[in-house]
Design a protein around this ligand. Structure first.
Ligand code: EPZ
Length: 434
């Protein structure tokens, strides 16, 4: 079983370059099949979710050519089926974007119901509502979403809740519908804007992405494009917090500071120093951080994907903090794992956690229960006294490119081992080093 072994207590110092945004890249990869011409994608993150989705579009018949570590050329012309592979794609959440892409282009889609992190019920009713509003007939059968339409006709759609996935998915279908579509109560996340910008680079006519009203004029075809994915704001925020958590000094490069405003504001509030440059931020922490309260909200609020790492940072802050999760109903699974490391956190009323600052965390063997839980436990291991083993790291590798290597380059003592025996050897060597 693959694990990370971490010897904590070393400040992170140096520079790190942020990779392409996972949640933008997934929507862009799905959208790439909507053109019959070559689409050149650059700065794709090297993570398993992207690999699975690329395999999924290749299985439909698209040409998928890897070009270097972060480049891929996609040609949708040879696609010969609208039935997406079941077993592989149902492992990831974003497989459902193939529904909007195939429905938009071919007026038919058969895609597995999404998988992904177990952080709540994660319904897709708003996706289906949007497809039906455009004129599609949608059924759920045998674990699949089956959508088809004689024609897709533009519609005025009001989302009952702000949903990143539904906004992107319905935008994919609507950009090749006939006439005007208006999406109200749309999600405003940077990755929504990124997918709209990519579609527009292929000739779509989408306006207002990044606001809560998106207006789309359908087109009959989309041409090829060359596109580079924006930096991952969640990876950047993770490194910002890891720098603060270890009382380090890190320059985080290839970021869009505006996308990090909520995280920056909170880090400054609790006593870290954050210096912003055009495409980088520097985080320095020298003294014990202070408590604060966190409430996750849709963008531009504090991101739910940063809640776990922020709570970890607060476990050793001065005072008591309250963390409230408003997006998902089950995103505190990491709390029990942090408790093994000496954290004093208790979940109250299901969507809030009370974090009482303790002097220090101590190393332990813990399990990554989902992607961001894994990131939080790695940061906890970097902060803790002694050795931490993080198991089930396949979750982490879904969303963080070369995470151990990037941390080692900042001075962290972290190794990936793929067996219990190797873990024992590393633990011994770390203990010997002391
Ligand atoms: C995307 O998930 C991200 N995943 C998530 O990141 C992120 O946490 C989330 O957006 C919010 O920012 C990808 O982009 C692949 P939502 P998504 O639809 O699209 C409810 C990570 O760690 N809802 O905005 O699934 C839903 O239950 C992952 O990188 C409905 O009720 O999120 C949730 O409570 C985790 N009906 C809330 O809306 C729907 O039809 C937000 O979900 C859709 C959503």
């Amino acid at each position: 079983m693959e694990q990370y072994i971490i010897r904590g207590g070393k400040p992170l110092v140096g520079e790190v370059v942020i990779s392409g945004a996972k949640n933008a890249a997934l929507g862009v990869v799905a959208a790439a099949i909507m053109s019959d011409e070559p689409v050149q994608l650059r700065n794709l993150p090297v993570i398993s979710d992207i690999e699975i989705l690329l395999r999924g579009i290749a299985a439909l018949g698209a040409i998928v050519e890897k070009q270097g570590e972060h480049g891929t050329r996609v040609i949708g012309r040879p696609i010969h089926t609208c039935v997406a592979d079941y077993d592989d794609l149902r492992k990831i959440r974003a497989s459902y974007y193939l529904c909007g892409a195939l429905l938009g282009k071919y007026k038919r889609a058969e895609v597995p119901l999404p998988g992904g992190c177990n952080i709540g019920s994660r319904p897709i009713d708003q996706h289906l509502k949007g497809f039906e509003a455009l004129g599609a007939k949608v059924v759920i059968q045998h674990g699949k979403i089956i959508a088809e339409a004689e024609r897709l006709i533009g519609a005025h759609i009001y989302f009952d809740c702000t949903s990143v996935g539904a906004t992107i998915n319905v935008m994919l279908a609507a950009c090749m519908a006939e006439g005007q579509t208006v999406l109200e109560n749309s999600a405003k996340e940077p990755h929504v804007v990124e997918v709209a910008n990519f579609l527009n680079s292929m000739g779509a006519k989408i306006k207002g992405a990044g606001t809560d009203v998106i207006r789309i004029t359908g087109v009959t075809s989309l041409h090829g494009s060359t596109y580079s994915i924006i930096p991952d704001q969640i990876e950047a925020g993770t490194f910002m917090m890891a720098a603060a958590a270890t009382k380090g000094d890190v320059l985080i490069k290839n970021v869009i500071p505006k996308h990090l405003e909520a995280v920056t504001a909170k880090l400054v509030e609790i006593g870290a120093e954050v210096e912003e440059f055009d495409d980088s931020v520097r985080v320095v922490a020298t003294k014990r951080l202070q408590h604060t309260n966190i409430k996750t909200l849709p963008y531009p609020g504090f991101p739910t994907d940063m809640q776990q790492v922020m709570a970890t940072l607060l476990t050793v802050a001065e005072g008591t903090s309250i963390v409230t999760e408003t997006i998902y109903e089950n995103r505190f699974m990491y709390v029990d794992e942090l408790t093994r490391m000496g954290a004093a956190v208790r979940v109250v009323e299901g969507n809030s956690a009370v974090v009482e600052g303790v002097d220090k965390l101590t190393g332990a063997t813990v399990r990554a229960l989902d992607l961001r839980c894994g990131a939080a436990l790695i940061v906890a291991g970097l902060m803790a006294d002694g050795i931490t083993t993080v198991e089930q790291i396949e979750y982490v590798e879904r969303g963080y490119e070369h995470f151990p290597q990037k941390l080692r380059e900042l001075g962290a003592a972290i190794e990936k081992v793929d067996s219990d025996d190797q873990a024992a050897i590393h633990k011994f060597s770390y203990n010997v080093v002391g």
